[in-house]
Write a protein that binds this ligand. Structure first.
Ligand code: MSP
Length: 589
């Protein structure tokens, strides 16, 4: 039987949509507030192992890592970060056959590459799951049994288009025709451009259509559950369309590389159901997940939004569990304006990027330039320019200037003088405010506001904006330093020394705040910066973000402390390759 083309990913016969529910529909769950002290299970998508990792995969993982680290700074609440690899499915089965190896060997090799990359990139994962692990197989089979036990699965014939690279079924409206490499016409997915093929087989179907209303209610009551906002609207629009039932198994004769359907050796569980359940496996399902579920916060790319914002919440409601608390969605990286693809040969290797830009340099670039709402473009000159200007020059230069032995010969965190930098509302009056100027008070106000601003941006998944506001403050601090030219002040003159120390103290205080706030994004560089400022590891949390306590009349435990011994550059300037430099000057390399 041919399915009529529907509006969503899977098209199924109308009679499937009309089956009455066997039990009352679940009430849409309410969102729980998040905050320090609450449990928090942050996840990345699990990555396909049909090829090695690229910078897009790394970006997904870094976003999750930065959120996890930021959250860790907020308070001692228990938090986990899970990542891993998605190892079943036709795509992997075919990739292994093409590589002349077995699926399990391919998976072990590629999964190892992802794990190594994330360790090297300082991704602070607490669990790395592989879907071929026994703990996961058990979770998937229990999940399946729960769906079946609630009468939400039925067997039926499915006929339609299947896209193996995307591992999904497509309707007629979601495909188009394009010439292949040999110029022959072939059918491809409109969204991904990947080839599709006609499939006809008997599958188990999940009664997704029964969950349209509960899903709508869930979203209506949780405006912030999917962020950024434009993606929330996308999902709401999807739910205004027809929501057909979902095929959740494949014939075992076609797909052997997967988890068998319990009690039916002719069928393999659909790889997306298998993959999504990984989030429960890492929470301890089916035995001990209640401590961690539904405290789940998923980071996902826009291409897999429907799986996470429609299929997954529906599957969870179906087994009587709450949907995740939060879904953070990001867009994609292109390279010189083009989609990354093996056939174009433009896939960017993250390990090569670490070698070229340093690990923190590349982490900084991806998180500072990556805007979740839109695709972003990668090219070498852009990384070098950004990292040099913001990390090496603005931040590193500032540290270098205020700790130079010529200006701070004792190598200490100098004292702040209230008489030079008076507190009060009359700071516009130069006489009353000592030597501080109106712009200096603006700097103090900006840095005072910064921690809350940064936290707010992190909570709204706008990490790039958090970094933008830190950089704006770093530039303001450079302006402060330049304005008062402490190198011109004479240490032998007590009044000048007092002001010189105050200028240094304010600058170091600014740097201390930036160092703490930058830890989630550039952990190694932030550590170097804070160690140079003699900030101990136990003094680097959000509770230590009180800026310039002496200005507010409170004691400052850093005053008089000896600075850390590492006087090297905070961040090395990156070199544009000689060849390129010469080319820009019109010279032959
Ligand atoms: N295995 C599924 C996810 C299952 S989660 C239960 C999958 N894997 S993937 O390897 O194809 O993609 C993993 C993540 O990488 C997705 O979030 C995807 O959006 C992201 N990226 C893949 N290419 C990307 C870019 N070019 N740029 C940014 N992120 C990209 O989908």
């Amino acid at each position: 039987m041919v399915r009529p083309p529907g509006l969503t990913m899977l098209s199924l016969p109308a009679r499937c949509l009309l089956r009455p529910p066997r039990r009352p529909l679940p009430a849409p769950p309410r969102r729980r507030s998040s905050g320090p002290g609450r449990r928090w299970l942050l996840t990345t998508p699990i990555f396909y192992v049909n090829g090695p990792p690229h910078i897009g995969h790394l970006y997904s993982a870094l976003l999750a890592d930065a959120l996890h680290r930021h959250r860790g700074l907020l308070g001692p609440g228990p938090g986990r970060l899970a990542t891993g690899t998605d190892e079943h499915g036709l795509k992997i089965q075919q990739a292994a056959a093409a590589a002349g190896t077995s699926p399990s060997e391919l998976c072990a090799q590629m999964s190892g590459l992802f794990r190594d990359l994330f360790s090297r990139a300082d991704v602070s994962f607490t669990d790395f799951i592989r879907t071929t692990e026994p703990r996961h197989r058990r979770a998937v089979q229990c999940f399946w049994a729960a769906l079946q036990g609630r009468g939400l699965l039925y067997k039926d014939f499915y006929e339609g288009w299947y896209c193996t690279p995307d591992e999904c079924f497509l309707t007629q409206a979601q495909i188009t025709e394009r010439p292949d490499a040999q110029g022959r016409p072939c059918k491809v997915s409109l969204e991904s451009g990947h080839q599709v093929y006609w499939t006809k087989e008997e599958n188990y179907m999940f009664k997704l259509s029964e969950f349209q209303e509960p899903l709508r209610k869930w979203l209506q009551g949780n405006r912030h559950v999917i962020s950024p906002e434009p993606f929330y609207q996308v999902v709401r629009r999807w739910l205004e369309e027809d929501l057909p039932d979902l095929s959740v198994s494949r014939e075992r004769s076609r797909l052997q590389w997967g988890i068998p359907v319990p009690g039916d050796s002719t069928q393999t569980i659909y790889v997306w159901v298998d993959a999504l359940v990984n989030y429960l496996t890492v929470a301890g399902y089916p035995d001990a997940h209640h401590a961690w579920w539904p405290a789940a916060h998923h980071v996902v790319g826009k291409d897999i939004l429907k799986f996470h914002a429609i299929y997954w919440p529906a599957l969870l409601m179906a087994v009587g569990l709450d949907p995740p608390e939060q879904i953070y969605v990001h867009s994609h990286w292109t390279v010189h304006g083009q989609k990354m693809s093996k056939s174009l040969g433009n896939v960017v290797d993250p390990v090569a990027c670490f070698k070229q830009y340093t690990m923190d340099g590349f982490r900084y670039f991806l998180l500072r330039q990556g805007v979740p709402e839109r695709d972003c473009d990668y090219y070498e000159e852009k990384v070098i320019k950004l990292v040099n200007s913001e990390l090496a020059d603005a931040l590193g230069g500032l540290l270098n200037r205020c700790t130079a032995s010529s200006i701070n010969p004792n190598g200490i965190y100098p004292h702040f003088s209230e008489s030079c930098f008076r507190k009060g509302s009359d700071h516009m009056d130069v006489e009353a405010s000592g030597r501080a100027l109106a712009e200096d008070y603006e700097l103090v106000a900006s840095v005072d506001r910064l921690p809350l601003q940064v936290t707010d941006y992190f909570e709204h998944f706008q990490i790039y904006k958090a970094l933008e506001s830190v950089v704006a403050c770093v530039r303001q601090t450079n302006g402060f330093f330049q304005r008062h030219a402490p190198w011109k002040l004479c240490r032998d003159n007590p009044a000048e020394k007092c002001w010189l120390d105050t200028v240094l103290h304010v600058t170091l205080e600014c740097l201390r705040i930036y160092g703490i706030l930058l830890q989630p994004v550039i952990p190694a560089t932030a550590d170097k910066l804070l160690s140079r400022l003699a900030v101990k590891p136990e003094e680097r949390a959000f509770t230590d973000l009180t800026f310039l306590p002496r200005y507010h009349g409170k004691p400052c435990s850093f005053e008089g402390r000896r600075l850390g011994p590492d006087t090297g550059a905070l961040f090395p300037r990156l070199e544009t390759p000689i060849r390129r430099q010469m080319e820009t000057k019109g010279l032959r390399p």
